[in-house]
Write a new protein. Structure first.
Length: 200
């Protein structure tokens, strides 16, 4: 689901537990929740990139360019993992010029008919196609404009990976553990402050 997103938030049961624990300090509740949610979302980013890399045969550093998350805040107690709608540059997928176009390697070698590999004046190497034009053909010696080619289908595949039940389940498990850890950390800090105040 290109351009789609997956949101993570604390479930109702665990939220009720945190509310009970911090009944005497309700201002601490959002802090526990948004910190835990953000840590879990970063883990999901990593899991999606790792899984997609294996399934698609694409380097993780390339996939990470198309996955990001919107952090949770005190006012918005959920985070969103999102995949971009713009595809990857075909030049990132081992392009090879052949007679009929350019072959790139995704799950397997695929032909991009009519494409060509070219180096631009500033040094960038890309996979291009000439833009069709409704105007009369340009004068001799003037080429049609060109457009660098991308692979939107790969972006969609990345988001399909993000929606896998195993990925979502692991994300929720990480979130649950992080909520406990963040709550414990705040409780310990409050206890330490109380003990220090008692010693004065």
């Amino acid at each position: 689901m290109a351009g789609g997103d997956i949101s993570f938030r604390v479930d109702d049961a665990q939220l009720a537990e945190i509310q009970a624990i911090f009944a005497d300090a309700p201002k601490e509740i959002p802090k526990v929740l948004y910190r835990a949610i953000n840590r879990a979302s970063r883990k999901i980013q990593s899991l999606v990139a790792k899984t997609a890399s294996k399934l698609l045969g694409i380097k993780q550093k390339i996939i990470r360019k198309r996955i990001w998350y919107r952090k949770a805040t005190r006012r918005r107690l959920y985070a969103t993992v999102r995949g971009g709608v713009v595809g990857f540059l075909m030049a990132d997928f081992d392009p090879r010029q052949v007679a009929k176009g350019v072959q790139i390697k995704l799950r397997k070698r695929q032909l991009v008919a009519g494409a060509f590999v070219a180096r631009m004046p500033k040094g960038h190497v890309g996979v291009y196609r000439r833009k069709p034009s409704a105007r009369p053909r340009p004068p001799k010696g003037h080429a049609l404009p060109i457009k660098e080619q991308r692979t939107p289908s790969v972006t969609q595949a990345v988001m399909e990976v993000a929606a896998l039940p195993s990925i979502v389940r692991e994300g929720q498990e990480v979130l649950s553990k992080r909520v406990v850890a963040e709550a414990q950390r705040i409780l310990e800090r409050r206890a330490a402050k109380a003990a220090a105040a008692g010693d004065e």
